[in-house]
Design a protein around this ligand. Structure first.
Ligand code: ADP
Ligand code: TYD
Length: 213
């Protein structure tokens, strides 16, 4: 069963990148910037962004590394995304709003899709069946894996199940995200995240301004 179309009147912007790359910081700054300019924007995140999806978030982001298999994780993240789409993203887009989302389906392509043979194919199949929506613009905050991981560990917060997979997986993710940016080139912009917050924010604003124009 395919998900219904939104009519697509708003603008859907996602942030992607490895843990600690600065996505949440940049998503919040973009939201504040657009709101100050008078745009009608919402700031949301995955996993989460709706009441049910936030409950699933608590299940997937805490506990032992092997609490869920990659396949079960894929189902949980997809269930959370479907609820987030139905209740938060599609209504906002249909109302013409700008949706700023901290992670979306590209995170599943990487974090679940890279963890076993054949899993990327399962991710795409489930995505086509249950989600069938891509952002209009995806901002990849790119940086070397060690820097991102140490930022994420320093930040703390207890939602550390994925950080616990370690540096090698984060390095593979970084390369994977860069490959995705080529695969889906029309919607991706790659932004160098290894600079101060303001420099990164300026590039983010420029990419969104170009898309809004
Ligand atoms: P993500 O959402 O990608 O995991 P965050 O935005 O939470 O990343 O940032 C991770 C940590 O790094 C936070 O403590 C944040 O304050 C810090 N941080 C974010 N951007 C930068 C930057 N450009 N330079 C240095 N530290 C940063
Ligand atoms: P997030 O809170 O964005 O973490 P961080 O701020 O450290 O980047 O996301 C939490 C974790 O969930 C992150 O390690 C990536 C993982 N994740 C998946 O594995 N699959 C998914 O589909 C999504 C959206 C996130």
């Amino acid at each position: 069963m395919r998900a219904p179309d939104t009519g697509g009147r708003g603008l859907f912007v996602s942030f992607e990148g490895i843990d600690g790359s600065g996505k949440s910081t940049q998503a919040r700054l973009l939201f504040e910037h657009l709101t100050a300019l008078g745009h009608d924007a919402i700031l949301t995140r995955e996993p989460g962004g709706s009441a049910g999806a936030e409950q699933i978030r608590a299940l997937v982001l805490s506990g032992d590394v092997d609490r869920w298999s990659p396949e079960t994780e894929l189902l949980l993240f997809t269930a959370a995304r479907r609820d987030h789409l139905e209740r938060t993203i599609r209504p906002a887009l249909a109302a013409g709003r700008i949706v700023i989302c901290d992670r979306f389906a590209d995170s599943t392509r990487m974090y679940q899709g890279l963890r076993g043979p054949g899993l990327r194919r399962c991710v795409e199949a489930l995505h086509d069946l249950m989600i069938a929506q891509e952002p209009d613009l995806t901002l990849l905050i790119d940086m070397e894996a060690g820097t991102g991981l140490s930022r994420a560990i320093e930040r703390g917060g207890g939602e550390d199940r994925f950080e616990a997979f370690g540096g090698d997986l984060q390095a593979a993710m970084r390369q994977g995200f860069l490959a995705l940016a080529k695969e889906f080139a029309p919607r991706f912009r790659v932004i160098d995240g290894a600079r101060d917050i303001d420099a990164v924010a300026q590039d983010v604003r420029a990419a969104v301004a170009e898309r809004l124009a």
